[in-house]
Design a protein around this ligand. Structure first.
Ligand SMILES: [Zn+2]
Length: 491
């Protein structure tokens, strides 16, 4: 039996603001516990919330970036529930009048075609505090501590629409989550650092037999702390539900938790005791009126979004779509590439060098492109030198590594590529006579390779070139060596 899958995310992202949603407390991550707390966010009786304008603007910005309609009138509501990390006993959120509605995010579908995943709403709310358990898991803990630094930090919740183009597979789920995170980082609404809990999600999943239009009950999965966990939880849950349906059983509507250690989902609560949050309009805040001018102002300041930028890169630089997508993955990286491109005519090579060589060095050093401290113009010039044949690819790699190492050890940009090549004598050997001498020496030293080439085997040619490269530290031009070797054997 085969099944269609519907996957709907509820994503929480912490907004980037200096202060909390309803009080002036700082939002800096990593501060000592309970040092960013005041009577308002600690829920003392008699205190009143004052709305943070910047948070409203950030939420509207996110809505516009995800093609939402921005409501003219929005309001806040109380969501009532008891939990030790919720000092007021309720959370100020939005219920029937959220700031943003009816949006979508375009991703690439599994069929390779663009697919606009429906977004039902994006609303603004405050975060809860954080419980810190004495042991790794709650069950094994002797005690738990509560840190209210996070209580009141502004969040947006992005709710997918299960009726409009829902996510249909684990792969689409990954692209959707990465796409949302990418957009929020591009517009600077959130850093979305997953390890800091700035980007979290719950997911609803239901199955139906292929061809049928009757979907089974939805199951919600909570407590997934990484993209990897989301994938594992979805794969497990699709399998679990398919097995139940294939043997004639029924899937119950319930909330499940993902157990990271065992890589399984476990029952948290069934439909019967699903909580009733008793939402009602927040009496301490007036309704929000969002003027058309404000929306237009935010729209006019919106940076170029990643999908638009990727298209422009293809047109402007003549690079492949796959390369453009990689180069626009992060805003800083795309900016770096564009700056480098001002100093390099060979954009295709620049794209390849960025994706292969620069990415590799960044990964090895576990740094971002900004942290590598090599100015983009130096990187562009280096690739230009390779392109024009002034240095070999191999020397180029050595120079790039040297530039990054020097910058990292001194904390500031070091010498440019031209100076390094000059000082270290890295100019390639282009003199025909010198190259010929190198070839003859290599042939003399390796008669067995010469024999094989004479017998018609091509592989030892690469061996000879490799020997010469070793001897010259990669300064000999491989293409010209190949030509000379070919001449030696044809005559
Ligand atoms: Zn506060």
């Amino acid at each position: 039996m085969e099944f269609d899958v519907i996957i709907c995310f509820e994503i929480h992202a912490e907004l980037k603001t200096e202060s909390k949603l309803f009080c002036p407390c700082a939002t800096k991550p990593g501060a000592p516990p309970n040092t960013q707390v005041c009577p308002v966010c600690a829920g003392h009786p008699g205190t009143l919330p004052v709305l943070n304008r910047k948070a409203v603007e950030q939420c509207i910005k996110a809505g516009l970036a995800m093609n939402c309609a921005i409501r003219e009138h929005a309001k806040f509501a109380r969501k009532n529930y008891f939990y030790p990390d919720l000092p007021k006993g309720y959370q100020i959120s939005q219920y029937d009048e959220p700031l943003c509605e009816y949006g979508y995010l375009e991703i690439m579908g599994d069929d390779g075609e663009p697919y606009q995943v429906g977004i039902k709403r994006i609303h603004l709310e405050e975060d809860a505090g954080k419980l810190v358990h004495s042991a790794k898991s709650f069950e094994r803990s002797e005690y738990s501590l509560v840190d209210f630094n996070r209580a009141g930090v502004p969040l947006i919740e992005i709710v997918a629409d299960h009726t409009r183009n829902p996510v249909r597979s684990v792969e689409e789920a990954r692209r959707y989550l990465e796409g949302i995170r990418q957009v929020l980082r591009y517009i600077d609404a959130s850093d979305c650092i997953i390890e800091e809990g700035q980007f979290r999600c719950d997911v609803n999943i239901s199955l139906k037999p292929k061809g049928s239009d009757q979907f089974n009950e939805r199951v919600e999965i909570k407590n997934m702390a990484s993209f990897k966990a989301v994938r594992a939880a979805l794969e497990y849950e699709i399998k679990r539900q398919s097995d139940i349906l294939a043997t004639g059983g029924t899937v119950a509507q319930e909330t499940r938790l993902f157990d990271e250690e065992k890589q399984v989902t476990i029952l948290m609560r069934s439909k019967e005791d699903a909580p009733d949050y008793r939402y009602f309009p927040e009496p301490d805040l007036v309704g929000l009126h969002i003027s058309q001018e404000l929306v237009e102002k935010i729209a006019s300041q919106m940076p170029e979004l990643p999908s638009v930028k990727a298209q422009r890169f293809v047109a402007a630089y003549g690079i492949s779509k796959a390369d453009a997508l990689l180069l626009t993955r992060e805003r800083e990286l795309s900016h770096y590439f564009e700056e480098a491109a001002k100093h390099c005519q060979d954009r295709k090579r620049l794209a390849i060098w960025t994706i292969k060589e620069l990415f590799r060095i960044l990964n090895e050093n576990k740094i971002t492109v900004e942290q590598c401290l090599v100015p983009p113009q130096d990187f562009g010039r280096l690739v230009q030198l390779i392109s024009s044949g002034e240095i070999t690819e191999k020397i180029g790699k050595t120079v790039l590594k040297e530039m990054v190492d020097a910058a990292l050890s001194s904390g500031k940009p070091g010498k440019g590529p031209g100076q390094i090549i000059e000082e270290r004598g890295l100019k390639p050997i282009t003199d025909r006579g010198a190259l010929e001498r190198l070839v003859l020496e290599a042939m003399e030293a390796h008669p067995e390779a010469v024999e094989k080439i004479r017998a018609g085997k091509p592989e030892p040619v690469n061996f000879l070139i490799g020997q010469i490269m070793k001897k010259t530290n990669g300064r000999a031009h491989a293409g010209r060596l190949r030509e000379i070797i070919a001449e030696k054997f044809s005559s």
